[in-house]
Design a protein around this ligand. Structure first.
Ligand SMILES: C[S@@+](CC[C@H](N)C(=O)[O-])C[C@H]1O[C@@H](n2cnc3c(N)ncnc32)[C@H](O)[C@@H]1O
Length: 206
């Protein structure tokens, strides 16, 4: 039985909110910037930030005027709206489940998935939704920690993951497995934080 549910995530991210930026800003700044560079989007592109948290990525999206952000935690969305206002950035922000998006097919040029695929209870449901809402030719940028595609987690790692996935994020997911349920193609997969445990991955919908 897994404790990784929407209800649990909503509760724990509400508790983490006061310290979230202290932990997730400085150490990941460089990689957020790099990921958004690799997205190479136009300011008019329709971009979805999925599991957007407090909106730390918005700092790197100056001049973009077609931004939508969703997150399961109401407190995160409230904080993101404050940040968008202080950055003078127009963002449509809503509480929504990233596994069941309330958007039409083919509606976004790009989706940003930073630190979400290892957190969300069902990453395959999430990536299938990303595939559905992306326009043909659209891009998804992923930044997260993954197991190498060919590595099976050891027994010890599986045990430790019970704690990690409940309190932080899952340490046993592989990006190759997650996207294998979709037509998304991996164009870039480069090492990021923690000696390459974190990766920056660019996906394209054919
Ligand atoms: C590690 S934080 C990452 C936040 C942000 N993307 C960042 O890079 O700082 C994970 C976020 O995923 C959100 N989340 C968890 N489950 C979700 C779901 N089913 N749908 C949407 N957001 C979810 C949490 O509320 C939290 O804000």
């Amino acid at each position: 039985m897994s404790l990784n549910t929407n209800t649990w995530n909503r509760l724990r991210y509400t508790l983490y909110l006061p310290v979230y930026d202290l932990v997730a800003d400085r150490i990941f700044r460089k990689y957020r910037k790099r990921s958004i560079q690799l997205l190479a989007a136009n300011p008019s592109d329709n971009i979805l930030l999925l599991g957007a948290g407090t909106g730390l990525d918005l700092t790197y999206l100056h001049g973009f005027h077609n931004l939508t952000a969703i997150d399961i935690t109401p407190g995160m969305i409230a904080r993101l709206k404050q940040r968008a206002e202080s950055l003078h950035l127009p963002v449509r922000a809503e509480v929504m489940d990233g596994q069941k998006l309330d958007f039409a097919d083919n509606s976004f040029d790009a989706v940003i998935l930073h630190l979400i695929l290892a957190v969300i209870p069902d990453p395959v449901a999430c990536i299938e939704e990303v595939e559905r809402v992306l326009k043909p030719g659209g891009t998804a940028m992923v930044f997260d920690k993954f197991l190498p595609n060919d590595q099976k987690p050891s027994l010890l790692r599986r045990f430790f993951n019970q704690i990690a996935s409940t309190l932080f994020s899952d340490i046993n997911r592989s990006i190759g497995h997650i996207i294998s349920y979709t037509s998304l193609r991996q164009e870039v997969n480069e090492p990021a934080a923690l000696g390459g445990t974190f990766r920056i991955v660019r996906l394209r919908k054919p």
